[in-house]
Design a protein around this ligand. Structure first.
Ligand SMILES: C[S@@+](CC[C@H](N)C(=O)[O-])C[C@H]1O[C@@H](n2cnc3c(N)ncnc32)[C@H](O)[C@@H]1O
Length: 435
């Protein structure tokens, strides 16, 4: 969409339909997401697949409504016990600086004790005070606290000093990041032609951010093999691996291959990557993506990194981008926090250590083992590293440059969500003794 033109007003029957949809679908969505633990984007996509009659403005409306609803659910539903339409409305008002037409219409039908206005851009603390003031006469009212926006156990597994800044960060949608596979300026110019502002990161010249929600397919059509959508924190993992040209790497939890593709690009296609995962569908997707990007030397294979016998072959580097609690991605997936638990964190930590213990056999003497998780909990980050080092005296932390700050690490780094405006991510790099 051309950002300089005002969107055309929607016909009343459309905004009426939007308002009705909220009451119809939100109760089921809430059950599926909060009680049955299904990701909101998967639930929404499944709904859209069975409702082909919905067009792009309906999809935009639903996406905004649902993500704002889950982002502020801890205040609106858990604490204030608002019904779905009111909770959606307050959530959207907290997120946006201007209420879109369908939400204005919804406001006319809601039973709030005050006239709702857009509150986005004011800051969470100010908005918390405003809402406390507005709802204080409600029966059973308890003041809203920042910590209502995460689960009660949050502070017991995250560095206490980081609790407030993390919650602040989770309440806003981060930019979309792409990794440029060409001169980044080429992409910046192509985006500018579509009135989209792309910004190159100060320290990571291949990382470009754009405001979230832009359709890249249209803006960069014709250039789709020249960039990869990849969060800045995820790009840091490949940079920490720093594979040498001609290198032989194993990406043992490769998924759809965001990092495997990056490793090949960093080696300028001169090298090879074995990409394994316990699930077949993401590996098929990886193969498709590699073909689209013209990347040849990635071989895929299923492998259970916890239980399967490690290969007898050794590699220059092994990357374990391990399954984790995902708490670093809560700004992008605001619903995920409502099905999180400390128990899950502890189970993830135990599985992560098992993966490292299993795949370490495949690191060449003098080779690298890189551990990455998109989370911010201590049990899955520094404690996994401590336990691994305690158990394996032939591995040491291998210092590397923090790609975001340009400063030297001691071999491990936590990317906090506010540091780069992306996901939270932890990276540790070990080197195996030469013997
Ligand atoms: C954080 S994701 C990997 C993302 C991927 N590296 C990327 O950059 O796109 C973790 C992956 O680990 C896989 N996984 C989970 N348990 C596993 C296991 N026991 N062995 C191997 N892979 C596993 C999941 O299927 C998931 O694809």
């Amino acid at each position: 969409m051309d950002n300089n033109t005002q969107p055309k007003p929607l016909p009343e029957k459309v905004v009426r339909r939007h308002a009705e949809m909220i009451g119809e679908i939100l109760p089921d969505f809430t059950k599926l997401v909060v009680e049955e633990g299904r990701p909101a984007d998967a639930v929404l996509n499944a709904y859209l697949r069975t409702h082909r009659e919905l067009g792009s403005r309906d999809r935009r409306f639903l996406s905004q409504a649902i993500f704002s609803y889950f982002r502020w659910y801890g205040w609106t539903v858990s604490k204030l016990q608002l019904d779905a339409p009111e909770a959606v409305l307050v959530g959207v008002a907290l997120d946006l600086a201007e209420l879109p037409q369908s939400f204005e219409f919804l406001a006319g039908r809601c039973q709030l004790p005050f006239t709702i206005e857009a509150m986005g851009g004011k800051g969470i603390e100010e908005n918390r005070c405003i809402l406390n003031e507005r709802f204080k006469e409600r029966q059973g009212f308890e003041p809203l606290e920042l910590t209502d926006l995460v689960l009660p156990d949050f502070a017991s597994v995250v560095d206490p000093e980081k609790v407030v800044p993390c919650i602040n960060e989770f309440q806003a949608r981060p930019p979309t990041w792409i990794r440029s596979r060409t001169e980044p300026e080429t992409l910046i110019s192509a985006l500018a032609e579509q009135q989209i502002e792309g910004r190159i990161h100060d320290q990571v010249p291949t990382a470009i951010s754009l405001e979230g929600g832009q359709s890249l397919g249209n803006a960069l059509s014709g250039k789709t093999n020249q960039f990869v959508v990849q969060d800045i924190a995820s790009q840091c993992v490949g940079l920490a691996c720093a594979p040498q040209k001609g290198g032989d790497w194993w990406d043992c939890c490769a998924g759809a291959g965001g990092k495997a593709l990056h490793l090949m690009d960093l080696m300028e296609q001169d090298g090879k990557v074995l990409a394994t995962d316990v699930r077949i569908p993401p590996l098929k997707e990886l193969k498709k993506r590699a073909r689209r990007y013209g990347i040849k030397n990635i071989r895929t294979q299923t492998f259970n990194a916890v239980n399967d016998e490690p290969f007898t072959k050794t590699f220059d580097g092994v990357l374990a981008d391990a399954p984790c609690s995902g708490w670093g991605t809560w700004s992008r997936n605001p619903d995920a926090r409502w099905r999180a638990s400390k128990r899950d964190v502890m189970q993830c930590a135990s599985r992560q250590l098992k993966i490292l213990n299993n795949v370490k056999w495949c690191v060449k003497p003098g080779g690298l083992l890189v551990y990455a998780v998109c989370t911010i909990t201590r049990p899955e980050t520094e404690e996994v590293v401590m336990n691994f080092l305690d158990q394996h005296s032939n591995f040491k932390l291998a210092p590397f440059t923090n790609p975001i700050t340009g400063k030297q690490t001691n071999g491990q780094m936590q990317v906090w969500p506010w540091e780069a405006g992306g996901d939270g991510m932890f990276i540790a790099r070990f080197v195996r003794d030469v013997e």
